[in-house]
Write a protein that binds this ligand. Structure first.
Ligand SMILES: Cc1cc2nc3c(=O)[nH]c(=O)nc-3n(C[C@H](O)[C@H](O)[C@H](O)COP(=O)(O)OP(=O)(O)OC[C@H]3O[C@@H](n4cnc5c(N)ncnc54)[C@H](O)[C@@H]3O)c2cc1C
Length: 425
């Protein structure tokens, strides 16, 4: 008799299956791909702190490409770039901060942990719908010849388009304004060339998040280093992309051609191209996270932060999956799903979403996306351009000129500064 059916062996599903199986429950983990991660696309960095408690010393086993020891934030305008670059030797040793890893490797590894704990992984199997009795979900329909599977608890971890959450009327029909589109190229380069170009050694790696590279379409870009390839991509608002009639792959081409990025990718061969949707509704637009007999986790529940300078989803998927798995037994016994949401409110998953609920509104605002990159570049260029024989202009004069040149009023700078301070406090 199956106790829990987990649909989707991405990070959320495997984390849920892991803890439910460790609790002695009979768990079936369904995955539509031939193996976990085979269908999954993302940028490239996993922040694994969330695993410390459940998989101690996970860093000794995780299929890492490189440990992120440099985190840069770049602001680009055509022909100019300002980079704030942080480097830490702490991040290059245990317990580490984040690593680049491929999803085929990472998802297979995490699903393997659930299997070791006793979960049964069933691949190449699509959950095609829910089995519902009265107001309760009591199982899923599958595309296998042996058909439906029944259990007192279903955990939907089926990603951003979650047909299961939609069928249970937890998710509305897909709304473009709450989605971003991520597109990514993996470009192969010899390992020593990457080390040289990015100033890293051994298994050190770089995470670069970029603003001002999307032709004013709300979003951002990224560059991550793998062992012998680099990942370059953009994440942009679906609604604005469609309105601008721009192709996402052209934005990636722009990014690769920018003088600050072109030397990194020169001579690289395209190895892989992927595109995937990302939920970006934020805390104020979270769907209900459960219905009788079913919990929703990870991207299926909209638990992702992808607002320009962050691109984190795997850690939130694992965090929410762990809570679903941890509470599975109690939920089955009491037929009360509420403890799941309550537990999530106590963890970083909903606390971060709550604290940063206003962040997308600031980072993706028209001024931050379209005017501030130019303003910042003008200001910095003014500061560092040697104007002899004319005396150096003061910062206030430069700021006024940069604001005027980019159509920004000083009062907007003040209100945006205050708003930013409030959101990120
Ligand atoms: C371009 C891009 C860049 C990103 N970069 C990062 C990054 O660098 N770091 C980061 O932390 N996050 C990043 N994210 C976000 C991250 O990928 C997601 O938040 C994360 O993958 C969510 O995990 P999940 O388990 O909820 O869903 P998913 O990873 O989407 O897994 C869902 C699983 O369910 C399976 N499935 C779906 N439907 C069914 C079905 N009906 N039956 C059976 N199986 C099914 C799928 O095959 C899949 O294995 C990025 C996303 C994109 C698109």
């Amino acid at each position: 008799m199956t106790d829990v059916i987990v649909v989707g062996a991405g990070p959320a599903g495997s984390a849920a299956a892991l803890l439910a199986a460790r609790d002695g429950l009979d768990v079936v983990l369904l995955e539509r791909g031939p193996f976990p991660g085979s269908k999954n696309a993302y940028g490239g960095v996993v922040y694994g702190r969330v695993l410390d408690e459940v998989l101690p010393n996970w860093w000794d086993e995780v299929p890492v490409q490189r440990w992120v020891t440099r985190r840069s934030t770049m602001v680009l305008t055509e022909g100019r770039a300002l980079t704030v670059d942080f480097r830490s030797t702490d991040w290059g040793k245990a317990p580490y901060n984040g690593c680049t890893t491929f999803r085929a490797d990472f998802d297979s590894w995490l699903a393997g942990k659930a299997v070791e704990a006793g979960a049964q992984l069933v691949t190449s199997t699509v959950a095609t719908g829910l089995v519902v009795e009265g107001d309760r979900v009591v199982g899923v329909r599958t595309d296998r010849s042996d058909g439906d599977l029944r259990a007192p608890l279903v955990i939907a971890a089926d990603g951003v388009k979650s047909f299961l959450a939609k069928e249970a009327v937890l998710l509305p029909r897909t709304q473009a304004k709450h989605l971003t589109l991520g597109v990514k190229e993996v470009l192969s380069l010899p390992r020593e060339v990457i080390d040289e170009r990015f100033g890293v050694r051994g298994n050190e790696g770089v995470d670069v998040e970029i603003l001002g590279c999307t032709r004013g379409i709300p979003g951002g870009g990224f560059v991550y280093t793998n062992r012998d390839s680099i990942s370059v991509g953009v994440v942009v608002s679906v609604e604005h992309l469609a309105a601008a009639k721009v192709r996402a792959e052209d934005l990636v081409a722009d990014l690769k051609a920018h003088p600050a990025v072109a030397p990194w990718v020169e001579g690289a061969d395209l190895k892989e191209y992927t595109a995937h949707l990302i939920p970006e509704g934020g805390y104020d637009h979270l769907p209900p996270l459960s219905t009788p007999g079913m919990l929703v986790t990870g991207d299926a529940a909209g638990l992702c932060l992808a607002a320009g300078i962050w691109l984190e989803g795997v850690n939130f998927a694992i965090g929410s999956g762990l809570e679903a798995g941890r509470h599975a037994r109690r939920i089955i016994e009491t037929r009360d799903e509420k403890p799941y949401r309550a537990a999530l409110e106590e963890t970083f998953v909903l606390q971060d979403h709550k604290r940063l609920r206003g962040a997308p509104g600031v980072v993706l605002s028209e001024r931050v996306q379209q005017q501030y990159p130019g303003l910042i570049a003008d200001l910095v260029q003014g500061l560092f351009t040697v104007t002899n024989p004319t005396a150096k202009p003061g910062v206030v004069k430069l700021l006024r000129a940069a604001a005027k040149n980019n159509g920004v009023k000083l009062r907007h700078l003040m209100t945006d500064g205050l708003r930013g301070g409030k959101v990120f406090r």
